[in-house]
Ligand binder design. Structure first.
Ligand SMILES: Nc1nc2c(ncn2[C@@H]2O[C@H](COP(=O)(O)OP(=O)(O)O)[C@@H](O)[C@H]2O)c(=O)[nH]1
Ligand SMILES: [Mg+2]
Length: 292
C-alpha cells in the first residue's frame, strides 16, 4: 500500500510546522504506530526544522520550495504501507496555472491524492464569531472561499479520497465552546461533505503546544513564547490507512464468503459423484447407452 497525502491551506495555516511535529512525534511512535522518513537527508531536514522550534525557540521560515517527503508507516515494528506527503511552497494557492510554473503539477497531485488534509487555523475560524478583528475576519472569509473551490476540485474526480478537516493551531481554543464553534463552522462551511454519515470524512483538532501572544505575534521566523508539546497529530495521518485497511479487509471477507460458497458446491458435486456406481460414473447414469 502506498498513499499520497496532500495538505491544502494558504500560506501561514500551519502546514509545515505540523509536518515537522508529526515527524518528531512519530519517529518514536504512538500506540504501536510509528513513521520513518525513507530518505536519510530529508529526515535530517525535518529534524533541523523541528530543532529550530524546540531548541532555538523560533517559528520556522516560510516554505520556499515544494517538496514531497516519503515515509513508511509501521505498526508494532512491521511495515503497513508507505505514504508520500507533499509540502508545497508558500503563495502557490494564489497563482494561476501557467506554462512554466508548478501550479498544474500541484493540482494534478491534489486530484491523485488518497487523502486531502484541509488546514483551517483555529484563530481565523474563531475570528468569524466575534467579528471584532476585521483583518482576521476578512482573512477567514477569503480562506474559506478559496478552500471551498479547491476542495471541490480535489474531490471532483476522486470522491473516495479521505477528506480531513484539520483545525490547526487549536491552542487558540480556550474553552470547550470555542472547540464546538470551530467544528460547527467547519461543518457549515463544507456542508456538502457531511450529508449522511460519510465514513471517509474526519474533523480533527491538532495543536503543537501551548503558546502565548496575540494574532500578530505568530509570524514565520518570530520567537516562540510558550511550550512546544504536540497533540493529536497522528490521528489525521493514520485515518487514510484505517480507511484503506478497512476496505481491503472487506474485500478479503467477500472473497472468503465466495470461496466458502464454492467449497460447498464442490462438496455437493463430490458427494453426488461418490454415490454413483463406477459404471454410472462412465455413463453418467444413462442405462440405454450402458446396455448397448
Ligand atoms: N498558536 C499556534 N501557532 C502556530 C501553530 N503552528 C504554526 N503556528 C504559527 O503559524 C505560522 C505559520 O506556520 P507554517 O507551518 O509555516 O505555515 P504554512 O505556510 O502553512 O506551512 C508559524 O510561523 C507560527 O507562528 C500552532 O500549533 N499554534
Ligand atoms: Mg510551509
Amino acid at each position: 500500500m502506498s498513499l499520497k497525502l496532500t495538505m491544502i491551506g494558504p500560506s501561514g495555516t500551519g502546514k509545515s510546522c505540523y509536518l515537522y511535529a508529526t515527524y518528531f512525534r512519530m519517529l518514536e511512535g504512538i500506540g504501536g504506530f510509528n513513521f520513518n522518513c525513507k530518505d536519510y537527508n530529508q529526515g535530517l531536514d525535518l529534524q533541523d526544522a523541528w530543532d529550530m522550534m524546540l531548541d532555538d525557540g523560533v517559528w520556522p521560515a516560510g516554505t520556499a520550495e515544494s517538496t514531497a517527503f516519503d515515509f513508511t508507516c509501521f505498526y508494532r515494528g512491521s511495515s503497513i504501507g508507505d505514504f508520500e506527503w507533499l509540502d508545497y511552497r508558500g503563495g502557490l494557492l494564489k497563482q494561476r496555472e501557467e506554462k512554466d510554473n508548478d501550479v498544474a503539477q500541484f493540482l494534478q497531485h491534489v486530484q491523485n491524492s488518497d487523502a486531502i488534509l484541509v488546514c483551517l487555523p483555529a484563530d481565523l475560524v474563531l475570528s468569524s464569531r466575534s467579528g471584532e478583528n476585521k483583518k482576521q475576519c476578512a482573512q477567514w472569509r477569503s480562506m474559506a472561499t478559496r478552500l471551498q473551490a479547491l476542495v471541490g476540485k480535489a474531490t471532483d474526480g476522486n470522491p473516495n479520497a479521505a477528506l480531513i478537516f484539520l483545525i490547526t493551531k487549536s491552542d487558540w481554543c480556550k474553552s470547550a465552546d470555542d472547540g464546538k464553534y470551530c467544528v460547527k463552522t467547519v461543518k457549515e462551511c463544507f456542508k456538502k461533505y457531511f450529508y449522511g454519515t460519510p465514513e471517509h470524512v474526519m474533523i480533527a483538532a491538532t495543536r503543537l503546544g501551548k503558546f502565548e501572544g496575540e494574532f500578530d505575534d505568530f509570524q514565520q521566523g518570530a520567537e516562540i513564547v510558550g511550550d512546544v508539546d504536540p497533540h493529536n497529530i497522528h490521528l489525521p495521518i493514520l485515518f487514510p490507512f484505517y480507511l484503506h485497511t478497512t476496505a481491503a479487509a472487506q474485500g478479503f471477507e467477500a472473497k472468503a464468503r465466495s470461496a466458502r460458497g464454492e467449497e460447498r458446491d464442490y462438496a455437493r458435486k463430490a458427494s453426488a459423484e461418490r454415490e454413483k456406481s463406477w459404471w454410472g460414473k462412465f455413463w453418467d447414469g444413462d442405462e440405454s447407452d450402458a446396455f448397448a
